[in-house]
Write a new protein. Structure first.
Length: 289
């Protein structure tokens, strides 16, 4: 049985509906709420359906040893300084929530631990994202499912057996699966865009694409292949400091991507071969027999 439609907020996602475009702000805000607001504003202006953040309880997700490792960054000399500096709390998410409501754009987050899920749940987000890194965490999958919201599952660095298991834990109701390659940026030869069709046939749920490549063409191709969700990281400047910036899309590029995605249904047509009225003058002029 196919579960080809999922409702996120006031929008249906899946077969027969416009592509749902997610601008992943993630941690590209660099710990600066004003930068986050600029990215929300830009995402709204270019016609994205939602923006996405990432939420972690730093001391839960990372070990004390990992946090203590030396790592020079704008927030201090250790990895822990970096992770804490990039993490927004209630003050910032209150601003994000109000700002998105004012601009009528949905927002949600990838939550990396149960405490983060509970925190984000206080904002009544329309759905949850499960990051590729969490696909094999049954406890987190089950806890996310317990919130009763649609789930978007990324499948980077995962085998089909692992995806099968995650789907068995989550169930297919209210589930969207994203094909993904978890390298930043991804190599062209490793995008494997044909997997969009394979996943659609295998699971019978809406399938999307989360891209980390440079350029726009692969995301447009994925959409033409049947991806009903396109997620790309958004940035003001790919040269900015930050681990995800280089695999992100700048505002002007994101605007072109959204424009091209919206044109795909018109370009694909219905598949019936006909002679268009616009061709008839050319036919009369050039065809001899």
């Amino acid at each position: 049985m196919r579960n080809s439609q999922v409702k996120i907020g006031n929008k249906w996602v899946g077969d027969g509906h416009p592509t749902f475009v997610i601008a992943e702000i993630g941690i590209n805000h660099n710990g600066d709420i004003n930068l986050a607001k600029k990215l929300i504003e830009a995402s709204t202006a270019i016609g994205c359906d939602a923006v996405k953040f990432q939420k972690r309880t730093v001391e839960v997700v990372y070990s004390a040893e990992e946090l203590a490792k030396p790592r020079e960054n704008p927030f201090g000399p250790t990895n822990g300084d970096l992770k804490r500096g990039l993490e927004f709390g209630k003050k910032e998410y209150d601003i994000i929530n109000a700002y998105c409501q004012e601009r009528d754009i949905m927002w949600f987050a990838s939550c990396w631990d149960k405490q983060s899920i509970d925190f984000i749940d206080t904002y009544n987000v329309p759905c949850y994202k499960i990051a590729s890194a969490s696909l094999t965490d049954d406890t987190l999958l089950q806890y996310t499912k317990s919130k009763g919201k649609p789930i978007i599952l990324s499948t980077g660095m995962s085998t089909l057996d692992q995806i099968d298991h995650a789907v068995s834990v989550l169930g297919k109701d209210n589930l969207i699966i994203l094909h993904c390659t978890s390298t930043y940026p991804s190599k062209t030869a490793e995008l494997n865009l044909n997997a969009v069709t394979k996943l659609k046939d295998r699971y019978g749920v809406p399938i999307g694409y989360s891209g980390h490549e440079t350029g726009l063409v692969p995301s447009v191709i994925a959409c033409a292949e049947g991806a009903c969700v396109i997620e790309r990281h958004i940035t003001l400047d790919r040269a900015m400091w930050g681990s995800d910036q280089a695999a992100s899309v700048e505002i002007h590029g994101f605007a072109r991507l959204v424009r091209d995605i919206r044109l795909i249904p018109e370009m694909m047509g219905d598949g019936n071969k006909i002679v268009y009225e616009s061709e008839i003058p050319i036919l009369k002029k050039l065809r001899r027999v």
